[in-house]
Design a protein around this ligand. Structure first.
Ligand code: SF4
Length: 362
């Protein structure tokens, strides 16, 4: 059965060396396997033609390259693609490919479902289902790269990854870091940490830990409210670590920034809830109070979807909010919603099927 086979995609070269030696094979097989899986992105052991036929046949019995099954693929009018996979034990995993003129971005999930219950997020409605293994994280990226660019084809220089799909990455910290360490290898995908952004809602001890890592990805903190009263309501994690805890961690993280790097805050704009000019002014003064001057704010007008009762502010309100921040000296950008029609936009990942009329279904 597939789930009992060894999932090679989540193994680093050391793990692969142990595996091949256990199989009575020479150690260099590990390098062949790693390159074949991650650099050439081969999808079947048959295609590893530099490996003996007998070992390939054995591999197809005891090991596997995939554990995620593609359930459906949706293609938006704007070119965004949403992939709905199922883990070996049947839990949904969603990944989104977002093309832009300058560069492509893959938004991947770190968990199936999520335990953190942010009030404006559809994923929260699934509850927590499971942490994804390093292999299940890397597999999402390789699947999308092969679907978009073709097997063994170069990906365009500058393809970015964001851990902003389902789940809280810092609640699956070890597996996330192992996946990053596999993906950054030059003999593999060669997606360096500088092209990866991890987004957290504020698992404060992990922000300190993350700051200390050498060669870590960029960090984004999902804030969405400038005070505890509002944030407690929107994001229950705030009752565990409040805004003071979070801002202190952000300030410590700021000290770890490299030249030219900035810490990102994400702010989901909810009409009539957190989108007034006074909220923007409060946010600017909050950042100032904690000395956070190497930051940018990504404003994300809410992507409304049933059964959530929130709606996005008008374009004028979004512009006014941005203007208030900028007048206070804070860089702010509005994130354009992508893939809204296929439930691929931010906060919409909940294994929904929008119907065949809107999507190309595999
Ligand atoms: S916004 Fe992120 S952390 Fe919050 S419930 Fe959704 S997936 Fe979980």
């Amino acid at each position: 059965m597939q789930e009992e086979r060894i999932h090679l995609m989540g193994m680093d070269p050391v793990g692969l060396s142990e595996f091949v030696i256990d199989q009575g094979e020479p150690e260099f097989r590990a390098r062949q396997l790693f390159k074949g899986i991650h650099q050439r992105r081969l999808e079947s052991f048959e295609d590893f033609t530099d490996i003996s036929k007998s070992f390939r046949e054995r591999l197809s019995v005891i090991a596997c390259l995939r554990t995620l099954n593609l359930v459906q693929r949706f293609v938006s009018n704007d070119g965004t693609r949403r992939y709905l996979f199922s883990t070996a034990n049947g839990n949904p995993v969603e990944t989104v490919f977002i093309p832009t003129r300058k560069r492509d971005t893959i938004c991947f999930s770190s968990q199936s479902g999520c335990a953190l219950n942010c009030d404006f997020c559809l994923t929260a409605k699934l509850g927590f289902l499971q942490n994804l293994s390093p292999g299940e994280i890397v597999e999402q990226i390789i699947y999308v790269l092969n679907d978009v660019y073709g097997i063994a084809k170069e990906m365009p220089h500058g393809t970015n990854l964001v851990a902003m799909g389902a789940g809280e990455p810092f609640n699956n910290f070890e597996n996330l870091l192992k996946a990053v360490s596999i993906m950054k290898r030059e003999d593999g995908l060669f997606i360096v940490p500088g092209r990866i952004t991890v987004s957290t809602v504020g698992i404060v001890p992990k922000i300190y830990e993350f700051a200390k890592l050498n060669g870590r990805p960029h960090l984004a903190i999902s804030l969405s409210a400038p005070n505890d009263e509002l944030r407690n309501r929107l994001m229950p994690i705030n009752k565990r670590w409040n805004i003071d805890d979070l801002m202190n961690a952000a300030a410590a993280f700021q000290n770890s920034l490299k030249q030219g790097e900035r810490l990102t805050f994400e702010y989901v704009l909810l009409a009539g809830i957190n989108d007034m000019d006074r909220h923007a002014a409060e946010l600017a003064s909050l950042l100032k109070r904690y000395g956070l001057d190497r930051v940018k704010i990504n404003l994300i007008p809410h992507n409304s979807a049933e059964p959530l009762e929130y709606s996005p502010p008008s374009a004028e309100r979004v512009a006014a909010f941005k203007q208030t921040l900028e007048t206070s000296g804070v860089s702010a950008y509005v994130r354009k919603a992508r893939g809204h029609d296929i439930f691929a936009a931010c906060g919409q990942l909940a294994a929904f099927d929008p119907g065949e009329a809107l999507a190309e279904v595999v």
